[in-house]
Design a protein around this ligand. Structure first.
Ligand SMILES: [Zn+2]
Length: 66
């Protein structure tokens, strides 16, 4: 018995069977991409946790210097 679904990442046919460790994704790649996408969004939110160490506020405007 195999339950077929569409991969949430690439919309290709994937399997919900226990033999697919990446379900509901079709592959490890899609699973990692999906996890990475929301993880990176979460990563943006708390940018400052120790303001006392970084007193150079003017550098915040110089994003192009890297
Ligand atoms: Zn996929």
């Amino acid at each position: 018995m195999t339950t077929k679904v569409l991969c949430p990442r690439c919309q290709k046919s994937s399997s919900l069977a226990v033999s697919n460790p990446y379900r509901p994704f079709c592959s490890e790649r899609c699973k990692l991409i999906d996890l990475g996408s929301w993880a990176s969004e979460e990563y943006k939110i708390p940018a400052e946790d120790s303001p006392s160490l970084d007193q150079d506020e003017s550098s915040a405007n110089n994003d192009n210097e890297h």
